[in-house]
Design a binder for this molecule. Structure first.
Ligand SMILES: *Cc1c(COP(=O)(O)O)cnc(C)c1O
Length: 388
């Protein structure tokens, strides 16, 4: 076995990312001396806090080809997703009563869609193919003049697949519907241009891109067509779209995190792809019975979701304590133990229960990757190997 890194080794970058220390540097002034309320327009304390929001708005916007005034700060992608789905249906649902989304979306999208259904709107949840990607023919059949909004995520948080947003956008636009993407796992990692993709709304999260937790953003295309009902009302902040005093430190952190992603996006993706290729090669050579979940190519290479047929996922997790990874059912309830995402791919109960999600990122090293592969392979062999 190679030299051992410090353990536990963090391999759960889809759950959250460690904050980049340069992000903390950008936040510090607003946690200390520059403590003003950005809404205070009569003195310097307010102005410097407001200026921090302006800078961050520009940083967040520039990554996706948006205008500064199309970015609204929220507490995270969960809040943004709630705002878009509920807010759009509230405005447009009388004319066009249908919302379309996908079975493998994050729970906060599916739960927001369920709330729309309870409010009386028609909600259509499309299935995915065995590779985790949306079937474009199914989408084409589903979208109509009755559809107000189509919501499809950019990168899946459990299995890493990248949905074909450009093709989806073209289908949605042809029917005059609005198009939203939960890009919590894609923003800052892969190129996403709101014009090229035909996006009207996008959800962004700070803590998935080496920024702080508790902050996120909404991209909302300018214009009357994208009107939505605010879900939090009060003092009119964020143009009335999201009331409540903004958190300049968190927002400055989000902006800095976005700007760091922009600077090194291609290099970082390349580095992670090489590292993941090496990891996969080791694993699949030693354990040929492994099953990759999600398309092998159309995926964010910082994610690997694999099933270990014949093994119990919890037992496997318990025997790899030096590795901080998550079970395939990362976001499912502890009671059922299986993942609705893997079920949507048509995986068997055994395949779903034996799945692990491994996520690498900016601070992962080759040493950690080799250690992780050796640890996993050793644990599987100790547990009796995979069932062919
Ligand atoms: C993490 C995540 C969210 C939730 O984001 P928060 O900022 O933690 O609320 C939503 N969607 C996806 C795909 C995510 O990965």
């Amino acid at each position: 076995m190679a030299t051992s890194p410090k353990t536990p080794v963090y391999l759960d970058y889809q759950a959250t990312t460690p904050m980049d220390e340069r992000v903390l540097g950008a936040m510090m002034p607003y946690l200390t001396t520059k403590f003003g309320n950005p809404h205070s327009s009569t003195h310097r304390f307010g102005w410097e806090a407001e200026a921090a929001l302006d800078v961050a708005r520009g940083q967040v916007a520039s990554l996706i080809g948006a205008q500064e005034n199309e970015i609204y700060f929220t507490s995270g992608a969960t809040e943004t997703n709630n705002l878009v789905l509920k807010g759009v249906m509230d405005v447009w649902g009388k004319k066009r009563p249908e919302l379309i989304t996908v079975a493998t979306e994050h729970k906060c999208v599916l739960e927001s869609a369920a709330a729309c259904a309870r409010a009386g709107y028609k909600v259509t949840v499309l299935p995915v193919k065995a590779d985790g990607l949306l079937d474009l023919n199914r989408l084409e059949d589903a979208v109509s003049e009755q559809t107000a909004l189509v919501s499809v995520m950019a990168v899946n948080n459990e299995i890493g697949v990248i949905q074909p947003l450009k093709e989806i956008g073209a289908i949605v636009k042809a029917k005059g519907a609005l198009f939203h993407s939960d890009a919590a796992q894609g923003y800052g990692k892969i190129p996403l241009d709101v014009e090229a993709l035909g996006l009207d709304f996008m959800s962004i999260s700070g803590h998935k891109i080496y920024g702080p937790k508790g902050v996120g953003a909404l991209y909302k295309r300018t214009g009357r067509q994208t009107a939505l009902t605010p879900q939090i009302v009060g003092g009119g902040q964020e143009d009335g779209i999201r009331a409540g005093t903004q958190a300049p430190a968190l927002v400055a952190g989000l902006g800095a995190a976005a700007s760091l992603c922009a600077d090194g996006m291609q290099q970082e993706a390349g580095r992670l792809q090489a590292m993941m290729a090496r990891f996969k090669d080791k694993l699949f050579t030693a354990l040929p019975g492994l099953i990759l979940n999600g398309d092998a190519e159309k995926r964010w290479q910082g994610n690997l979701n694999v099933s270990f047929p014949g093994l119990d996922g919890d037992l496997l997790l318990a025997s790899i304590r030096p590795l901080a990874v998550s079970s395939g059912a990362a976001c499912a309830s502890a009671v059922t133990g299986s993942s609705y995402v893997l079920e949507a791919l048509g995986r068997s109960e055994d395949e779903s229960n034996s799945a692990l999600r491994i996520g690498i990122g900016r601070f992962t090293t080759d040493e950690e990757i080799d250690f992780a592969a050796d640890t996993l392979i050793g644990a599987v062999e100790k547990l009796g190997g995979l069932v062919p």
